[in-house]
Design a protein around this ligand. Structure first.
Ligand SMILES: C[S@@+](CC[C@H](N)C(=O)[O-])C[C@H]1O[C@@H](n2cnc3c(N)ncnc32)[C@H](O)[C@@H]1O
Length: 266
């Protein structure tokens, strides 16, 4: 482990107050390296370099964290980048998505579920650094509430704070290669796929019901190019992702609640 990494984990250990949580975080960190090798063929060293690139991207992170603090009772911590407990992590999956996008350099990505917009922000930051790519986000934002600040930051999926709109985490300057489609995926997904014909990556993170997840996978998968990636957040919500991969005999991998499968060449 390099000196910078050791310092980062020391800082996380101080915040954890529990060696078991830290051990769990380290275990998921190792499993993530396996996921990145599976998805985009990166060695551990290459993955670590890109992880460090985003975890030390101070200007970008300050903008994202500023938006989170504005609308929720969030304050930045070193453990934001690791899995902490059963409630997950603030940025663990987002950082993984960033590395995938940096390595894959996709032209076209479609995601469902865009509020608060953490995944959107990290994907767009990767595209900005790549100098290529376009992200289409389909989002049916949650109901608006009167409060300007949500009581806990974990509730940011369930309500739209007063003054905020779909994807409120996304820094304004990243919005150029981005198309936002507001409404249910059932309405927008078939339409956008028909328009794009072929996509490099599909990411599900909208309504996590078994029916909706299965429907989105069935709808998006045929549009994936050969070796394109099917990604899904919240795969632990139900068996939709594993059932879909099993039925199609797709190689897949899951780390915590992020699932990945590749569309193999015919
Ligand atoms: C888990 S959150 C998405 C988190 C987001 N990807 C992020 O990283 O910040 C799920 C969001 O999906 C959106 N949503 C719910 N049902 C949807 C549907 N049927 N179609 C599209 N979006 C939906 C809502 O905005 C909801 O907050």
């Amino acid at each position: 482990m390099m000196l910078r990494e050791a310092k980062v984990w020391l800082q996380r250990a101080r915040e954890c107050h529990n060696p078991l949580i830290l051990a769990r975080g380290l275990r998921f960190e190792r499993r993530r390296l396996g996921l990145l090798r599976f998805c985009v063929g990166l060695s551990s060293v290459e993955s670590r370099t890109l992880l460090q690139e985003i975890e030390t991207d101070h200007i970008f992170l300050a903008a994202v964290r500023g938006n989170l603090s504005r609308y929720t009772r969030y304050s930045p911590r070193a453990v934001d980048f690791m899995l902490v407990d059963n409630s997950g992590s603030v940025f663990f999956n987002e950082v993984t998505l960033y590395v995938i996008m940096r390595a894959l350099r996709p032209e076209t990505v479609v995601e469902t579920g865009g509020t608060p917009g953490k995944s959107t922000a990290f994907i767009l930051r990767a595209m900005q650094r790549n100098g290529c790519g376009h992200l289409h986000t389909i989002d049916l934002p949650p109901a608006a509430v009167r409060e300007t600040q949500l009581p806990v930051h974990e509730s940011y999926h369930e309500a739209l704070p007063s003054g905020a709109s779909s994807g409120w985490v996304v820094p304004h300057e990243l919005k150029a290669p981005h198309t936002q489609l507001l409404g249910p995926s059932r309405e927008h997904l078939p339409r956008v796929l028909q328009q794009l014909q072929t996509i490099d990556v599909f990411l599900h993170d909208s309504d996590h019901s078994y029916e909706n997840m299965t429907w989105e996978f069935e709808t998006a998968f045929p549009a994936l190019r050969e070796s394109g990636l099917l990604l899904s957040d919240d795969v632990r919500a139900n068996g939709a992702f594993s059932d879909f991969c099993r039925a199609r005999q797709l190689a897949s991998l899951q780390v915590y609640n992020l699932g990945a499968a590749r569309r193999e060449p015919c």
